[in-house]
Design a protein around this ligand. Structure first.
Ligand code: ATP
Ligand code: MG
Length: 151
């Protein structure tokens, strides 16, 4: 099935954001990089938890702010298990910090990387699946995505 290369959703709750993430995860395979942009509290980690659920991860996904990178094992019907890396670059000062945390190598492996605060980094490739979450009034969020994997 063909999906449009970009689109947007309106979410009115954390659960709805997680559900939207689940749907988007279904179109991303091994080696994908997903960037998650949005202010503090926008719902990036909520999105990550929904995304992980779609990958068959039953562990609870929490914010990797202090650890920078959390690794989970994703279960995929076709390829067996692949790693899912949830990265949070909020506390990084730049690319060097990210390299020291071991992040750069993971971008080019067979795992799926989901990156909060990607604007801290310059080293990311162009070919990401970019997601932006904007806070609207109350608990509403506008979630936009742009699939740049084939640029
Ligand atoms: N529509 C919504 N979508 C997502 N989260 C929502 C929504 N409405 C309310 N929330 C609440 O907003 C908070 C989002 O927190 P979350 O940790 O996911 O943000 P974040 O973008 O990861 O922030 P940070 O930059 O600090 O990591 C949660 O407490 C969640 O319950
Ligand atoms: Mg977060």
């Amino acid at each position: 099935m063909d999906f449009p290369a970009e689109g947007e959703y309106n979410s009115s709750s954390a659960e709805e954001t997680a559900h939207i993430a689940e749907n988007l995860a279904a179109r991303l395979g091994p080696g994908s990089i997903v960037t998650l942009t949005g202010r503090l509290g926008a719902g990036k980690t909520v999105f990550a938890a929904g995304f992980a659920r779609a990958l068959g991860i039953s562990e609870q996904v929490t914010s990797p702010s202090y650890t920078i990178i959390s690794e989970y094992e994703a279960v995929s019907g076709f390829t067996g298990s692949i790693p899912f890396y949830h990265m949070d670059c909020y506390r990084l000062s730049g690319d060097d910090d990210f390299r020291l945390a071991g992040g750069e190598d993971l971008l080019y492996g067979k795992g799926i990387c989901l990156i909060e605060w990607p604007e801290r980094l310059c080293l990311l490739p162009e070919t990401v699946f970019a997601v932006t979450i904007d806070i609207m009034e109350d608990s509403r969020r506008k979630i936009r995505y742009q699939d740049r994997r084939h640029v």
